[in-house]
Design a protein around this ligand. Structure first.
Ligand code: FAD
Ligand code: NAP
Length: 583
């Protein structure tokens, strides 16, 4: 079965009227695992997916150089030891085609395809208060009813296309990294413009530069990036890693980030300068996101952060030969404040004679023209433009669906001033509607596949329990949701990550309220909270009939989520006061 094939004709309006236990929206890793768990519990379920195949992120983001930035041995499902043992990753950070092949392998291995309706976008979901069911409508005319509606729509799945003036005048193609053509793009001999310098840009720029005759990058904010030092994984390495795979998975679950790496909890500010330089150099040589684990206080203390920022700036200046370009490439903001990038030869690419960097921080892109782009009165001519402008993160995919809950209130109305959820799993006023890695959960601050698995297992346990006790609906209380939203916000303020403009806070999209959306208190702390909620009979939720959830019998969560926190994350006074290991 090819990556994009549809296993069978999707159900069409003829099936209108079918009642399912659950409808899942999205067939990325979240939707796939959710379907697997629902099936295992004997629930009837269907998944609607806008794309033509499984894999979500890895189905859409086919730009050159796309690969994961969490090591593949950990950026993969952990629920099946057999799957872990049989799948062989070829590289430390595997490329997009291999991750997509993995998603397809999972779909086939667990016979998921027949439960998924491809090429079908959910447009509306409406709660019927009398029957306590959801009516789900699609762009292909389907209208199906389900007890539960589970949004597995992705945190980074709604492309951000800035409204540049004159965009329709441009005669060449414009490719968004998040909707890359399946047949690929050959830039050989072309003049190419790239807008953006986030993770998608820094991965694609070095590869596009190998093909293009001329490459111009438009940078609004310089990016912090650490070398990946990507490499092939040898059979010997894989054998050794797999011999202890369950232990690696358990260690990963116990980390604030949900993946395992060397972490030095000592404060940078207590180390002597030479010692710090040595520590940073060693961490740089290991590369990748774990570079931020060189010291424990880097994301809490600005003075500590300045030391790693200075080190990284020196690296950029050493790599980039032209001093003016090097200075432009040196970020001024907090190191790791926006999502840290992981690259292969990004900075060195600017040493190539046909690669040029244009600063648009003070003089923004004015307009597209028929031939290219205009900045500060200068027209840059291109044959093709790459828009690496990111996503309407966390809430963008929800905004595209007309979701109506109790009393006719829409989710868009409720979330106008920022998303409001209980645990990032559910929202008051929207009974039986769930989110996988919704805002207010660790999601994008954790290794996402672990975050997904934990949510899916929690939901499966919850739905199983509801069936056992005959509950028709579940919904968070307003008070508990408010308290959680406040906690998510409070915790974020002690991290330097809350201080800059980024998609974590929604400010990459003009007009969005500034709210720190993911939960930054650490993955295991969050997991323990979810476990407690369940063990206490779904405290903070109301089950059907107005019975307080904690009047229900004791319920059990999936055992592998009994997660200890295995490291002390350094805590300045504010963090200690809140007793949270902020990541
Ligand atoms: P997605 O993979 O985004 O899937 C959501 C699916 O829902 C999509 O297929 C979409 O088409 C579908 N959908 C949305 N709305 C509708 C609708 N209304 N109707 C029907 N279908 C709909 N995370 C990491 O932890 N490590 C990494 O290395 C990493 N690398 C990344 C690289 C890129 C280029 C990007 C963009 C993200 C990366 N991420 C990474 C985050 C990544 O999104 C998650 O790791 C993970 O793949 C998310 O899976 P998901 O199923 O939750 O969402
Ligand atoms: P992004 O990080 O949001 O970067 C978008 C870039 O476009 C930024 O440089 C932004 O500048 C720029 N931009 C946006 N609008 C602009 C405008 N109007 N004019 C000029 N520049 C503009 O998006 P992304 O690179 O797609 O990455 C999003 C997230 O996906 C990542 O943070 C990561 O979590 C995930 N991802 C991971 C990998 C990986 O390595 N595995 C790869 C790709 C994506 P500003 O910074 O000034 O806003």
């Amino acid at each position: 079965m090819g990556a994009d094939s549809t296993a069978q004709g999707p159900m069409r309006p003829a099936e209108t009227g079918t009642v399912y236990d659950a409808i899942v929206v999205g067939a990325g890793f979240a939707g796939m695992y959710m379907l697997h768990r629902l099936r295992g519990l004997g629930f009837s379920a269907k998944v609607f997916e806008a794309g033509g195949g499984v894999g979500g992120t890895w189905y859409w983001n086919r730009y050159p150089g796309a690969r994961c930035d969490v090591e593949s041995l950990q950026y993969s499902f952990s629920f099946s030891e057999e799957l872990d043992q049989e799948w062989n990753w070829s590289e430390k950070y595997s490329p997009q085609p291999e991750i997509l092949a993995y998603a397809n392998h999972v779909a086939d291995r667990f016979d998921l395809r027949r439960g998924i309706v491809f090429d079908t976008r959910v447009t509306a979901a409406t709660f019927d208060e009398s029957s306590k069911t959801w009516l789900i409508e699609t762009d292909r005319g389907d209208k199906v009813t389900a007890r539960f509606c589970i949004m597995a729509v992705g945190c980074l799945s709604a492309p951000n296309r800035p409204a540049f003036k004159g965009i329709e005048d441009f005669r060449g193609p414009i490719y968004h990294t998040g909707e890359w053509p399946h047949e690929g793009v050959d830039f050989t001999g072309l003049r190419v413009g790239v807008i953006g310098t986030g993770s998608s840009a820094i991965q694609s720029i070095p590869i596009i530069a190998q093909q293009a005759r001329q490459l111009t990058v438009f940078q609004r904010t310089a990016t912090w990036s650490v070398p990946a030092w990507n490499e092939k994984l040898t059979p010997e390495f894989l054998k050794a890693a797999k011999a202890d795979y369950p232990a690696l998975r358990a260690k990963a679950r116990a980390r604030p980030t949900g993946f395992y790496f060397l972490f030095n909890s000592k404060p940078a500010l207590e180390a002597r300068e030479e010692e710090r330089e040595r520590q940073y150099e060693e961490a740089w040589q290991r590369g990748g996101l774990p570079f931020l684990g060189a010291y424990g206080d880097l994301l809490f203390e600005k003075a500590a952060n300045d030391t790693i920022a200075d080190f990284a700036r020196k690296k950029i200046r050493n790599i980039v030969k032209d001093p003016a370009t090097a200075e432009l490439l040196c970020p001024e903001n907090v190191f790791g404040c926006k999502r840290l990038c992981v690259d292969t030869d990004y900075f060195a690419t600017y040493n190539l004679p046909h690669v040029k960097l244009v600063d648009v921080s003070k003089t923004p892109i004015e307009r597209f023209t028929a031939k290219g782009l205009e900045v500060n009165g200068v027209e840059y001519e291109f044959d093709a433009v790459v828009s690496a402008t990111g996503f309407a993160a966390m809430t963008g995919a929800f905004e595209k669906i007309h979701i109506t809950g109790r009393g006719g209130r829409t989710l868009a109305e409720k979330w106008q001033a920022g998303p409001r959820t209980y645990l990032g799993l559910a929202s008051e006023g929207f009974p039986n509607l769930f989110m996988i890695t919704g805002p207010g959960s660790p999601s994008v601050l954790a290794s996402m596949i672990q975050a997904i698995e934990q949510h899916v297992d929690w939901l499966a346990d919850c739905l199983g329990h509801m069936r056992d006790v005959g509950a028709a609906s579940i919904e968070p209380t307003r008070a508990d949701e408010d308290a959680w939203v406040e906690h998510v916000n409070d915790v974020s303020t002690v991290s330097l990550r809350s201080t800059c403009s980024s998609w974590y806070v929604g400010t990459n999209i003009p007009g969005r309220p500034r709210v720190f959306m993911p939960y930054i208190g650490g993955f295991p702390v969050y997991v323990q909270k979810c476990n407690e909620v369940m063990s206490n009979g779904f405290s903070g939720f109301v089950l059907e009939g107005g019975h307080k959830a904690n009047a229900e019998p004791q319920v059990r969560f999936t055992e592998r989520w009994r997660v200890p926190l295995d490291i002390e994350v350094i805590s300045p006074a504010a963090v200690a006061a809140k007793r949270v290991p902020v990541v």
